[in-house]
Design a protein around this ligand. Structure first.
Ligand code: BDP
Length: 679
């Protein structure tokens, strides 16, 4: 199936003539590994889109050509371009320009990395058959670190993976054939991702050895492939490594032997991989070891690693997903939502400057609807990176279609008011609000070794959209979505219209038939697919909805609740704290209310629950009709793939609807005003 190629299909062009002048020659001004990757990509793409074999020549050449180089290797003055154009661009920026003589298309990076991105951008233009007559585009990424986190285990399984096994690991080793790693690198760099951690954040016994001589040669092989697409490799580490690998008696970050062990370990890693990026660390979280064991905190914990990495320009990505996962549900004052802020806020300014705190977008855990984490923006002297989850753990597991770009846009545009009005999350992530030295956006990957990478082919849109969006958070959802559909499915207007409709409505639809009004959870424990209203209600994870016969919701107000609402800057704190002003979609996240409470929409909570759950199922039925109308217009394999998953989505939605509606009907005793059947 073509689905393997995702948005890099390089379909034959319908109107190839308009570019044919320049498409037969590639003129190359530099010889670097990254530029060679760009040349190869371009060669193969032109071959496939134009059905020609382009000749590759050194620049300069007199031929009509596509020129690949950097602003240092190509004499721009000769093309009437001022070099200063590049002085304001960051290292990853580039220029695309049809030279005035109309003989050369210039793909010019500030560095070779920029050239690679320029090439992928140009290929998008060709595939979408846009005019190049007035081509002049200057681009640079807004975010510095644009990172993918694999949750791959070395046995080949993937934590929260919904599309097969790992492409990196198999049977307690790296996979023999790294072809797919190379193709993955192409997909990543085509959307501008520049860093990756290749193993799960939960590092168990064998994975601990990834930083040992047993595996480092293999890590190097993988890192070389990724590096040839300008992607820096990171590893997740086990905080207890000094004990497990070094036979030390402790992993206390203030112990001198431990400090020395890390310093030597890091030196060893860099002797294999000079371009190594650093460590991703999940410490003192969900049973993983960390500095707490020794009476130390996150600062001491992270800084010992940072000191070791510093001489090599390495970074510590320290995750803030830290909470008490063994809490007593009867203690209503313990609130998991508070945890990240309570753990980290007071540590501002104490981390070394190569430490970056990685913070999930919401305070709980990637639910379909959560408020933005109040920790984002709350530490002005500490580097922060935002974490999204592309893997659809709580959003349909790549069976149900749930396009997350609209959700991420809302997060990025959210105003934290950290430094007054306009302190958006995107301005925190891009480092501009506080002048962070390092910052950016990371996400949990949704790919595996399924032939189409993502299980449901429509889930490719989340991967693509993540890359494009974090390159430039100001792109509109519409632009990103249209690009993905055209590149993946071609230009048939009916196909574009139906798929766009489904994608753009799918997040709301998923929200409609699952947990209502921001309260979250209500999923089956452990695997997290499908409804189970009380699945997490009486357990230790801190994930409750407190539904009883009188009402539902978590009181997180300042006066009578957990006080979580007070973690926000004003006016957000006031808005969330207020029953009247709290947005409907987050009402039950912040307030415990009777079922008859009237929402801002005018509906009661109970009637809203009934309505949205009927509506959610109807919307999935509508998606099915829309998709069925595309039979013969999209590749058969893809048609069947999505059709099959939509059917499973419908079953899932029905089950959710019936369980939720029945549960709340029985609890509240209030019938549906519209008299629809409740089972
Ligand atoms: C949760 C997942 C769990 C991860 C954890 C994390 O259920 O598998 O290990 O997040 O982010 O969403 O560390």
């Amino acid at each position: 199936t073509n689905s393997y190629h995702c948005w890099l299909q390089y379909r034959k062009l319908e109107n190839a003539e308009k570019y044919s002048k320049i498409a037969s020659t590639i003129a190359v001004a530099d010889d670097t590994v990254v530029i060679n990757s760009a040349v190869n990509e371009l060669k193969n793409a032109l071959n496939s889109m134009f059905d020609i074999t382009p000749s590759v020549q050194p620049f300069p050449t007199n031929e009509y050509s596509i020129v690949l180089g950097t602003y240092e290797s190509v004499d721009l003055e000769e093309f009437g371009i001022a070099r200063e154009l590049f002085s304001n661009l960051n290292e990853e920026g580039y220029l695309l320009k049809y030279a005035e003589n109309q003989k050369q298309v210039l793909l010019i990076g500030k560095t070779d990395q920029g050239t690679l991105y320029a090439t992928f951008h140009f290929l998008r233009i060709l595939q979408r058959e846009e005019s190049i007559d007035d081509l002049e585009i200057i681009e640079a990424p807004k975010n510095q670190l644009r990172m993918m986190n694999q949750w791959d285990n070395i046995d080949g399984s993937i934590e929260r993976g919904y599309s097969g096994n790992s492409i990196f690991f198999n049977d307690n080793d790296f996979t023999n054939d790294l072809t797919r790693v190379r193709d993955y690198a192409r997909l990543l760099s085509s959307v501008g991702v520049n860093a990756i951690s290749i193993n799960n954040v939960n590092v168990w016994d064998i994975e601990t050895n990834l930083i040992s001589e047993k595996f480092l040669p293999k890590v190097k092989e993988v890192a070389d492939i990724l590096e040839s697409y300008a992607i820096t490799t990171y590893l997740s580490i086990n905080y207890a490594s000094p004990m497990e690998l070094g036979n030390l008696e402790s992993a206390d970050p203030l112990n001198e032997e431990v400090e020395k062990w890390w310093a030597e370990k890091v030196e060893e890693i860099y002797s294999y991989i000079p371009e190594f990026g650093g460590f991703v660390v999940k410490a003192d979280s969900e049973g993983r070891p960390g500095p707490f064991t020794y009476g130390r905190g996150h600062v001491e914990g992270a800084n010992v690693l940072a000191r070791a990495l510093k001489p090599f320009n390495g970074k510590v990505v320290w995750r803030c997903f830290v909470y008490n996962c063994l809490q007593d549900w009867r203690d209503r004052k313990t609130d998991r939502a508070r945890a990240a802020y309570d753990n980290f806020k007071s540590l501002d300014g104490q981390f070394l400057d190569n430490v970056i705190l990685q913070i999930k977008n919401g305070p709980m855990d990637f639910q379909v609807r959560e408020p933005v984490s109040p920790l984002l923006g709350a530490m002005k002297d500490t580097n922060q990176v935002l974490e999204f989850q592309i893997a659809q753990e709580y959003t349909g597991q790549q069976i149900d279609v749930c396009y997350l770009i609209p959700q991420w846009k809302e997060v990025l545009n959210f105003d934290t008011y950290a430094k007054g009005e306009g302190s958006t999350v995107k301005s925190i992530a891009d480092g501009s609000l506080y002048g962070y030295k390092h910052s950016g956006i990371a996400a949990v990957s949704n790919i595996g070794d399924d032939i189409n990478w993502t299980g449901n082919t429509l889930a490719q849109a989340n991967f693509y959209g993540f890359g494009r969006l974090i390159w430039n958070p100001d792109l509109t959802t519409d632009e990103i979505t249209k690009d993905w559909i055209h590149l993946t499915f071609g230009n048939d207007p009916k196909v574009v219209e139906e798929i766009e409709y489904m994608l753009l409505h799918s997040w709301r639809t998923y929200e409609n038939y699952t947990a209502p009004l921001g309260v979250g959870w209500m999923v089956n424990p452990d695997h997290h697919y499908g409804p189970n209203v009380e699945g997490y209600e009486y357990s230790k994870w801190g994930t409750y909805h407190f539904a009883d016969r009188d009402g539902i919701g978590v009181d997180r107000t300042i006066e009578t609740g957990t006080g979580y609402a007070g973690q926000y800057f004003e006016p957000n704190a006031k808005v969330y704290n207020s029953l009247e002003n709290c947005p409907d979609e987050l009402l039950l996240f912040f307030h415990h209310v009777p079922y008859t409470h009237k929402l801002q929409s005018g509906e009661t909570v109970i009637q809203h629950i009934y309505n949205t759950h009927y509506q959610g199922v109807e919307e999935v039925e509508d998606f099915i009709q829309r998709w069925n109308s595309l039979k013969g217009k999209v590749e058969d394999w893809v048609f069947e793939n999505v059709k099959d998953r939509l059917q499973r989505q419908l079953e899932n939605a029905i089950e959710w609807r019936d369980r939720i509606n029945t549960y709340f009907y029985r609890k509240s005793g209030i019938p549906d005003q519209q008299g629809r059947p409740i089972y």
